[in-house]
Write a protein that binds this ligand. Structure first.
Ligand code: WT7
Length: 656
C-alpha cells in the first residue's frame, strides 16, 4: 500500500500551507486570526463562549451564569432556556433558507430524497406529535436503532424538540448489545425500521429489536415504531409495534419546540472503555449546541453554497455532531448516504460527490486506506472538482494515506482537516483551521480556540517537547460529557482521577497518548488503555473477552489488537478452553459467531488462538503487551521479568 517514493520524500515536519485561494475566502484567513481567537479564548474562556452563544444561537431565555464548574461537573449557560431542534430548524424558516436543501439523502439502492428546511421542520414536528401521542414525555429516553435514512435524523430532532433524550444504537450492534443499552437507559420507546441496506444485503433491524425485547427482557420499552424501508416481511406485535407511516397519517405539524434548560439531557450515547460494559456518555443541550455549531462553522469553513458530506453513521458521535446537529444549526446542506463502498459499487462515494457536487467531504482513515486498495482509477474516473475541503476523523491517519487523500481526492487543492476528538468531548478538539493552519500529514495540529489541551505525565506536568505523554484538557468546554449515565462514580474514575490535579485544577484524561512538536503541533499516538480501534470503531478488549467467556467452551480469554493495513487494528483473541473442549475449526467459527451475537459484527475476532496458558504477572495480571507482540508476530522485547512462567511465551509462539 505504501509507495516507497512517497514515504521517502515525506518528512514528518513537512508543512502544507493552506492554499492561498482557500485562505482568501475563508472565515479565518491566517494564523494570526487563529492565534488571536485562541489567545482571547485562553485568557477568558467564559467571555469567549458567552459571546459566541449570544451571536450564534437563539435562546428562549438568557443564562444567568456562563459556567458553574464543580470539578468534574460542569454546567454551562446556567438557567438559560434553549432548544437545539429550534436552532437547527425553526430559526432558518424566517430566512431565505426556508426552501434551501437541509438534508440530501441517497439510499444504497439508488433511491434519493431531498428535504428543504421547511419540509424537514414539518416532518420533525409531525413525528414529535406522533411520539407525544404514544405518551412520550420530556425526560423519557427513546432508543433509535435505524439505518441511514432521513427518518433517523427526523427522530433525533423530534426527540430534541420535546426534550426526550435519544439513545441512538448503531445498526451494526447485535440484539444483545441493543438490549443491554435499552435496559441501561430504561428506554420507553424504540424507533427502528423493518430493515436497512448494508452492502447489497438487508440488515433485519426489526427482527433484532424483537429479539432484544423477547420474554420481556427490556421491560421499560412500551412501544416500537417501525419505518418501512426494505419491505421485507416482519412480525408486528399488536399494541406494541406501530408503523411510522400509519401513525403519521393526519397528525398535526404544529409542535412548538419545548423551551429546555441548557443542562437538560439531549442524548446518551454508549462507548467502550477499558473496563466493564460500554458507558452511557451523557450530553446536554445548550453547551453541546454551541460547541458543535461553532466547530462546524470554523473547521469546515461553512458557506451557504456548500454541500457538506460526512460519511459517518448517525449511530456514532460523528453522525450526531457533524451530520445532524452542527450542520443544521448552521443552516447548511448536509448529505446522508445509506451505502458503503461494496464490490458491486466500489466507486459509489465518488459517484455521490459527482452527483451532488459535494464541496466538503469528511471521512475516516480506514475508509481512505480501503479506497487506496481499490485503486485510484475509481476516483480518477469521476469529476471531483466540486470538492474544496477534506476531513478525517476516528484514528490516526498514516502519512501515506494522508498524501493519497491530498493528491488523488483533493488534487493538491483542498486542505485536509485531521480532527481529533471523542464521544466524550462532543465536538472536535484538536484540528487545523483550514484557512489558517498549515498541515503536517499525520498531525491533528492545534487545539480549537477555547480548548486548553496539553501533554503531561501522571503528575500532570507537561512533558518536554517531542516526548510522549498523556493527552489532557485543562479547562471545561461547553460540549464536554456531563457524566456516565447512572454511574457518576465511573465518570470520575475514568476521566478525572488518572492524572493528579495540578494547583487544585482537575485535568480531563482522554485515554490517548500524544506528543507535541517544536511548532506546538499535536501528534496523537493512540490509546493508552485497553481500547482498540477496528475500522475506526472503538472496542474495549474486556468487552470482547466477556463475550468470549460467556460461551460454555471458554475458560479464559485475552483480547488484543493486531495492526491491520486497512482497518487499523484487527481483533486477536487468545482463548483457553474448558477441559472438555478441544480446539477445532468448528469451535473457532462458533466462537467468532458468538462474539458477533453478543456485540455485533464489528467485534468479530479476525483470529482466535487456542492456548493452554496466558502470560501473567505473579499477581495474576495478563501481560497484554506481550500478547500484542505475539499477535503482531514481533520479537518480544522489553522487560519480561515480572512474568510468572516464562515457558508460556514459548508455547504461545509454537502455537502460532
Ligand atoms: C478515539 C475516540 C470522534 C469521533 C470518532 C471516534 C481516536 C479520534 C482521531 C484523530 C487520532 C483519533 C482517539 C480517541 N481518534 N480521532 N484525528 N487522530 N486518533 O470517536 O469512538 O469516541 O473514539 O478515537 O483514540 O480517543 P470515539
Amino acid at each position: 500500500m505504501t509507495s516507497p517514493t512517497i514515504e521517502s520524500i515525506l518528512h514528518e515536519d513537512r508543512l502544507f500551507a493552506p492554499p492561498a485561494e482557500f485562505s482568501e475566502q475563508a472565515q479565518l484567513k491566517n494564523l494570526e486570526a487563529y492565534q488571536a481567537l485562541y489567545e482571547r479564548a485562553k485568557a477568558d474562556p467564559e467571555a469567549f463562549w458567552a459571546e459566541l452563544a449570544e451571536q450564534e444561537l437563539d435562546w428562549f431565555q438568557p443564562w444567568e451564569q456562563v459556567l458553574d464548574w464543580q470539578p468534574p461537573h460542569a454546567r454551562w449557560f446556567v438557567n438559560g432556556k434553549i432548544n437545539i431542534s429550534y436552532n437547527c430548524l425553526d430559526r432558518h424558516l424566517t430566512t431565505w433558507r426556508r426552501n434551501k436543501a437541509a438534508l440530501i439523502w441517497e439510499g444504497e439502492p439508488g433511491d434519493s430524497r431531498t428535504l428543504t428546511y421547511a419540509q424537514l421542520h414539518r416532518e420533525v414536528c409531525q413525528f414529535a406529535n406522533v411520539m407525544k401521542g404514544l405518551g412520550v414525555k420530556k425526560g423519557d429516553i427513546v432508543g433509535i436503532y435505524m439505518p441511514m435514512i432521513p427518518e433517523a435524523a427526523i427522530a433525533m430532532l423530534a426527540c430534541a424538540r420535546i426534550g426526550a433524550p435519544h439513545m441512538v444504537v448503531f445498526g451494526g450492534f447485535s440484539a444483545e448489545a441493543l438490549r443491554d443499552r435499552l435496559n441501561d437507559g430504561k428506554a420507553k420507546l424504540v424507533i427502528t425500521a423493518d430493515g436497512g441496506w448494508r452492502k447489497d444485503a438487508i440488515v433485519p433491524l426489526k427482527e433484532q429489536v424483537d429479539r432484544a425485547l423477547e420474554n420481556n427482557s427490556a421491560p421499560s420499552v412500551e412501544n416500537v415504531l417501525v419505518v418501512q424501508r426494505t419491505q421485507q416481511k416482519i412480525a408486528m406485535q399488536p399494541g406494541r409495534d406501530h408503523w411510522w407511516h400509519d401513525l403519521q397519517q393526519g397528525v398535526s405539524a404544529n409542535c412548538p419546540a419545548e423551551p429546555l434548560d441548557s443542562e437538560d439531557m439531549l442524548f446518551i450515547l454508549y462507548t467502550s472503555g477499558s473496563t466493564g460494559k460500554p458507558k452511557g456518555v451523557v450530553h446536554t443541550t445548550g453547551g453541546y449546541n454551541l460547541y458543535t455549531h461553532v466547530t462546524t462553522k470554523w473547521i469546515f469553513d461553512l458557506r451557504d453554497t456548500d454541500v457538506y458530506w460526512c460519511t459517518a453513521d448517525v449511530g456514532w458521535i460523528t453522525g450526531h455532531s457533524y451530520i445532524v446537529y452542527g450542520p443544521l444549526s448552521n443552516g447548511a446542506t448536509t448529505l446522508m448516504y445509506e451505502g458503503a463502498p461494496r464490490t458491486s459499487n466500489p466507486g459509489c462515494f465518488w459517484d455521490v460527490i459527482e452527483k451532488y457536487g459535494v464541496t466538503i467531504f469528511y471521512t475516516a482513515p480506514t475508509a481512505i486506506r480501503a479506497f487506496i486498495k481499490m485503486g485510484e482509477h475509481l476516483p480518477n474516473a469521476r469529476d471531483l472538482s466540486s470538492l474544496r475541503l477534506l476531513g478525517t476523523v476516528g484514528e490516526p491517519i498514516n502519512p501515506a494515506a494522508w498524501i493519497w487523500y491530498h493528491r488523488i481526492i483533493g488534487k493538491e487543492r483542498c486542505p485536509i482537516v485531521d480532527t481529533w476528538w471523542q464521544t466524550e468531548t462532543g465536538g472536535i478538539m484538536i484540528t487545523p483551521i483550514p484557512g489558517a493552519i498549515a498541515t503536517k500529514p499525520g498531525s491533528a495540529t492545534r487545539p480549537f480556540p477555547g480548548i486548553l489541551a496539553d501533554v503531561v505525565d501522571l503528575d500532570g506536568h507537561p512533558v518536554p517537547e517531542g516526548e510522549g505523554g498523556y493527552l489532557v484538557v485543562r479547562h471545561p468546554w461547553p460540549s464536554m460529557m456531563r457524566t456516565v449515565y447512572g454511574d457518576d462514580d465511573r465518570f470520575r474514575r475514568t476521566y478525572w482521577e488518572h492524572i493528579a490535579p495540578v494547583d487544585g485544577q482537575s485535568l480531563y484524561f482522554a485515554g490517548d497518548g500524544a506528543r507535541r512538536d517544536q511548532d506546538g503541533y499535536f501528534w496523537i499516538m493512540g490509546r493508552v488503555d485497553d481500547v482498540i480501534s477496528v475500522a475506526g470503531h472503538r472496542l474495549g478488549t474486556m468487552e470482547i473477552e466477556s463475550a468470549l467467556v460467556s460461551h460454555p467452551a471458554v475458560a479464559e480469554a485475552a483480547v488484543v489488537g493486531k495492526p491491520d493495513e486497512v482497518k487499523g487494528e484487527e481483533v486477536v483473541a487468545f482463548v483457553i478452553l474448558e477441559g472438555a473442549f478441544l480446539p477445532s475449526e468448528d469451535l473457532d467459527k462458533a466462537l467468532k459467531k458468538h462474539v458477533v451475537a453478543e456485540i455485533g459484527a464489528l467485534a468479530r475476532p479476525g483470529q482466535i488462538r487456542f492456548t493452554d496458558a496466558l502470560p501473567k504477572t505473579r499477581s495474576g495480571k495478563i501481560m497484554r503487551r506481550l500478547l500484542r507482540s505475539l499477535a503482531a508476530g514481533e520479537e518480544i522485547s522489553g522487560d519480561t521479568s515480572t512474568l510468572e512462567d516464562r515457558s508460556v511465551l514459548d508455547k504461545l509462539r509454537e502455537g502460532a
